[in-house]
Write a protein that binds this ligand. Structure first.
Ligand code: DGL
Length: 277
């Protein structure tokens, strides 16, 4: 149904957050072509139901396949938690069993074992990701001795999406959720930022967290996991085109995307508006 010729690596997010993943990946794997898709018109996904996140993510992955991607990374924890498995099990075999869709929770869960000494880990994420329990399940599978505590931060994504990450409002919400997490488990020594938007709030997070606690954004670890994956899957690797380019698609206004994306990438980008559904 889809073409077999080499295409860009697709990166999908509900909005801008996946740009932190794209940035991390491009630093380690600059030689590939990338096609980013932000479903900005329908973000945030965090409070949406399982069925809706699955349907929206499915549409986005299909679109990226139609644009020639052989491999798509869900650069969104909410989509990884709620849609990845269904897409891998139900849709891929029907669409094209040779293509791949990967999530970002597993690589983060893998690395956490080496980043905590106290074996008490905190997860900050959207309501959808926390409720799905995906982090708890993945971490427990790999590191049964680690105690996992998750707190949903429903205001953090809107703060980032609406360019309020540096505002006093951000101070209030960041401190509130960090205090909440540390009150539940004061032994936590490593916190996973389990939402790809959250690295944009890093200056505020570091302001309110004890300096001994490690705060872990995902970009670097997802990039290392992808590097390793491509080494192990040479067939698929050969179907990822190598021109060093990045293109951006959004379901919202292209000019707005262009301006906002600069906050994440620190470089000008062009964007194309598309329609999903
Ligand atoms: N960036 C997405 C994540 O990693 C969530 C943002 C949203 O709620 O849409 O979970």
């Amino acid at each position: 149904m889809f073409s077999k010729s080499p295409g860009p690596i697709g990166i999908f997010d509900s909005g801008y957050g996946g740009l932190t993943i794209l940035h991390g990946i491009r630093q380690q794997l600059p030689e590939y072509d990338y096609l980013y898709l932000g479903d900005n018109a329908r973000a945030p996904y965090g409070p949406r139901s399982f069925d809706v996140v699955y349907e929206f993510t499915r549409q986005a992955v299909r679109f990226l396949f139609e644009r020639g991607c052989q491999l798509v990374i869900l650069g969104c924890n909410t989509a990884s938690a709620k849609a990845l498995r269904s897409i891998q099990q139900k849709d891929l075999p029907q669409w094209d069993a040779d293509r791949r869709v990967l999530g970002i929770i597993r690589p983060t869960a893998e690395i956490i074992g080496s980043l905590t000494k106290s074996r008490h880990v905190g997860i900050l994420a959207t309501e959808g990701t926390i409720k799905s329990e995906s982090y708890n399940l993945e971490i427990k599978k790999l590191h049964p001795d680690i105690e996992v505590t998750g707190v949903a931060c429903p205001f953090w994504v809107p703060l980032v999406e609406y360019n309020e990450a540096d505002s006093p409002g951000a101070d209030y919400f960041v401190k509130k959720n960090l205090d909440q997490l540390m009150r539940i488990d004061p032994q936590i020594d490593a916190i996973i930022l389990g939402c790809t938007h959250y690295p944009l709030l890093m200056p505020k997070i570091l302001k309110y967290i004890h300096p001994g606690i490690r705060v872990i954004p995902q970009g670097e670890y997802v990039a290392s996991a992808l590097t390793d994956y491509l080494h192990r899957h040479t067939d698929l690797e050969a179907r990822c085109s190598k021109g060093g380019t990045a293109h951006y698609l959004t379901t919202e206004n292209a000019d707005t995307f262009r301006q906002q994306a600069q906050l994440f990438l620190h470089e000008p980008v062009e964007a194309e508006k598309i329609i999903l559904g």
